[in-house]
Design a protein around this ligand. Structure first.
Ligand SMILES: Nc1ncnc2c1ncn2[C@@H]1O[C@H](COP(=O)(O)OP(=O)(O)OP(=O)(O)O)[C@@H](O)[C@H]1O
Ligand SMILES: [Mg+2]
Length: 350
């Protein structure tokens, strides 16, 4: 069987602990390497024969915000589901907080809060009861003050007595987040947390996630809103077709792959790039009326001055010029596009 859950708590008997023996002085558990999550040689083939994940190796450090990006069907939810013990891996190993997610499921799962991609909540229960119940499932003592803080942080406090069925889609998604936080997990997975959440509330959720990170919580999020990853993440992982194609610090990634464009609005459109300009990286857009010069932001000399001199010599005049830096979205599209030969998220930022 591929899917073990539905039930957030484990049912299988305890097995001898396979945990790396590393009790922290403060009593918190932890892998001595400091890793919150360690995935090694992980593959998953679903019952029908579909290889959803192939040889995934990934270490996520305690206290980081890691954004997992990838097109639809890339394997993001499958990877999260395996780490959370909801789906069985075909091969490889995964630890969360130092606990093996298969052998020590109960212990690893207790450290994890999961906000699932699919909206699944008990329609006729109140917000308050459903969130308190989630805490109880992990054997934690009732803590009304903690639940109140979570609901206030998620702007759900005034709806605490509402039945879930009466909430809007964005509110239901926030209830899922509240449920995931109710047992005070050390690792939080957010699978598309802001899908269907309006812009203002999304910003509020980002603030909340940052606050959680400040308290030491490790956060792994998937998102199709690239600006969300750009805004939030310390590191970015790109997964495509079941394989990790890139893992990098966000700032390093944007520096390394970041290209800058100089865009010139031409007085007279060109039908082709004159051969005299062949040494520059140029392209024509907008039916030849925009000349686009792409240059590497890391290069010592960008070549802009030489290009402008060459244009002047050739009598090519322009009425306006503009520069733009490639966004994380451009980088994502180029990485996924070159890995699969297809460009699944075809839009680029304006
Ligand atoms: N229970 C299942 N049985 C069989 N195949 C599955 C199952 N769950 C997912 N898959 C397949 O595994 C692949 C990866 O799916 P997954 O849900 O992990 O992708 P994803 O990256 O989360 O996509 P999305 O961005 O659409 O959420 C897809 O081809 C999907 O059809
Ligand atoms: Mg998914």
């Amino acid at each position: 069987m591929d899917t073990l859950a539905g039930a957030p708590m484990p049912t299988e008997p305890e097995t001898p602990s396979s945990r790396i023996p590393a009790e922290k002085p403060d009593g918190r558990h932890g892998d001595p390497s400091g890793a919150a999550i360690a995935v090694a040689g992980l593959s998953k083939t679903y019952a029908g024969g579909l290889a959803a994940l192939t040889d995934i190796n990934l270490v996520i450090q305690r206290g980081e915000i890691f954004a997992l990006l990838g097109p639809n069907g890339a394997g993001k939810t499958t990877l999260i589901s395996i780490i959370c013990g909801i789906v069985n891996p075909t091969s490889g190993s995964v630890t969360a907080g130092g606990f093996d997610v298969v052998r020590d499921y109960r212990k690893s799962r207790a450290m994890i809060g999961l906000v699932p991609q699919e909206l699944t909540t008990d329609a006729f229960e109140t917000v308050w009861n459903t969130v308190c119940f989630s805490r109880g499932l992990f054997g934690r003592k009732p803590a009304p003050a903690i639940i109140e803080r979570i609901l206030r942080d998620l702007s759900l406090w005034d709806r605490k007595d509402s039945k879930i069925i009466t909430l809007s889609g964005g509110m239901k998604r926030r209830v899922l987040i509240a449920k995931a936080l109710a047992h005070e997990p050390e690792i939080l997975f957010l699978d598309e947390p802001t899908a269907g959440v309006d812009v203002e509330l999304r910003r509020g959720m980002w603030d909340m996630v940052r606050k959680l990170r400040e308290t030491g919580v490790t956060i792994v999020l998937t998102t199709h809103y690239i600006e969300e990853a750009e805004e939030m993440a310390d590191r970015i992982g790109v997964i495509n077709d079941g394989r990790i194609v890139l893992v990098e610090e966000k700032s390093a990634l944007m520096k390394k792959l970041g290209k800058k464009e100089l865009r010139l609005d031409l007085h007279v459109p060109l039908t082709e790039i004159p051969p005299e300009l062949s040494e520059h990286t140029l392209s024509l857009e907008d039916d030849g009326s925009t000349l686009v010069f792409t240059f590497d932001t890391q290069a010592e000399r960008t070549g802009t001055t030489r290009l402008l001199g060459d244009l002047d010599r050739l009598g090519i005049r322009f009425s306006d010029l503009d520069t733009r830096q490639s966004s994380l979205e451009d980088i994502f599209v180029s990485v996924v596009g070159s890995a699969s030969g297809a460009n699944s998220h075809g839009e680029t930022a304006p």
